[in-house]
Design a binder for this molecule. Structure first.
Ligand code: PLP
Length: 375
């Protein structure tokens, strides 16, 4: 059976975890957490990177840092994971869902401005499949209307937009290091703080409302409870696991890209024959091969495709059910304008096996099975 996902494992994870235990520092913010944070800051050029317990809690932190007041509105795509929405619901916002572009499955930047009201505070672009949203337009709209931007870059670690790392363009960026992501610590994530003025508040928020980070830097002689906070810092054991992968980030990226490119090369002629549609990577975007999908004719064809692939021992998986039509979406938000593409495109999309270490042999099996179905 060719699995849809296998969590990345590079080989040095256990050595580093052992080192973390030997350091007698397995709580948060130990040496491996610092290595990961510094690596992200240097590699992606952001003012501050902080590991968190998940991509979801990185988004929670970002939403709280936006200082949302009840009744404030947040603009986001409906085609995303529940976490993107939950964080802003937690912060007290009303969700305003905007349609996606059918080519990239990302929020349609040309439909954002029409959704802005005098209550709008934040735009949340989600870089689906590790392909960046049209960030120049989104940032221009945000500046014009004095809005904050939180990039949900859960799937976009190592992706870039016009040379800038995804997650470093808006005010905040949120990564996921869940086991389904390109780099993993089981459960984990990171918040990137691109606007320096939020760093101190973020440290307090992450450290249970205390100024413990200032204390550790010797900036205050005792630490105390200074504001609302929670515990968003993960164990250094998890950071040790992740560090093995960040240290080898390029190798993992290249390995995934080789699979992505092999799929793409094999399927372009079938796409030209009109059999299905393939991912689009706009000019200026460099993706991280987080996902390879095809878009079938319709829901029926996709259902048949998934069962055919299963009969060939290949696991393929559909993705998000749009949030605006889900029970919680109906309760917490509204869709602005017409749902031209969100539902229709989501019903056609199916993801192929993609993970670090997928063998060439397995890759060929996937390609053969896809071609056989469409013959
Ligand atoms: C777009 C998006 N946002 C947020 C998340 C949440 O990340 P995590 O699972 O690390 O909490 C995910 C994870 O699947 C995601 O795909």
């Amino acid at each position: 059976m060719i699995l849809f996902n296998v969590p990345p494992f590079i080989g040095k994870e256990f050595d580093y975890m052992k080192e973390a235990v030997e350091n007698q520092k397995i709580c948060g913010d130990g040496p491996f957490t610092k290595k990961c944070d510094t690596w992200m800051e240097e590699r992606f050029h952001t003012a501050k990177a902080m590991l968190t317990t998940s991509g979801s809690t990185a988004l929670d932190m970002a939403a709280l840092l936006c200082d949302i007041k009840p009744g404030d509105e947040v603009i986001l795509p409906s085609y995303t994971f529940s976490s993107t929405a939950n964080s802003f619901v937690l912060a007290g916002a009303t969700l305003v869902f905007v349609d996606i572009r059918p080519d990239t499955m990302n929020i349609d930047e040309n439909k954002i401005e029409a959704a802005i009201t005098d209550k709008t505070r934040v735009i949340v672009p989600v870089h689906y499949a590790g392909v960046a949203c049209e960030m120049d337009t989104i940032m221009e709209i945000a500046h014009k209307h004095h809005l904050l931007v939180v990039e949900d870059a859960a799937q976009a670690v190592m992706s870039t937009y016009k040379g800038k790392a995804c997650g470093t363009i808006g005010d905040f960026g949120c990564f996921s290091f869940h086991e389904t992501k390109n780099y993993s610590m089981g459960e984990g994530g990171a918040i990137l703080i691109n606007n320096e003025k939020y760093i101190e508040r973020a440290e307090i928020l992450r450290e249970k409302g205390t100024n413990r980070s200032r204390f550790f830097r010797g900036q205050v002689d005792k630490y105390t409870w200074v504001d609302f906070g929670d515990s968003y810092l993960q164990s250094d054991l998890n950071a040790a696991y992740l560090w093995a992968q960040l240290e080898n980030a390029d190798e993992i990226n290249e390995n995934r890209l080789a699979t992505w490119n092999a799929y793409d090369e094999a399927f372009r002629s079938l796409e030209a024959e009109g059999k299905f549609e393939l991912p689009v990577v706009p000019d200026g975007c460099v993706h991280n091969a987080h996902m390879y999908y095809i878009k079938c004719k319709d829901l029926k064809e996709r259902t048949d495709f998934i069962s055919f692939m299963k009969s060939k021992d290949v696991l393929t998986v559909f993705h998000y059910v749009p949030l605006h039509s889900a029970p919680a979406g109906l309760k917490f938000g509204r869709f602005d304008g017409t749902d031209e593409h969100t539902t229709a495109e989501s019903e056609r999309l199916v993801r192929l096996p993609m993970y670090y270490g997928l063998t060439e042999e397995d890759r060929e099996c996937v390609i053969r099975a896809v071609c056989e179905f469409y013959d």
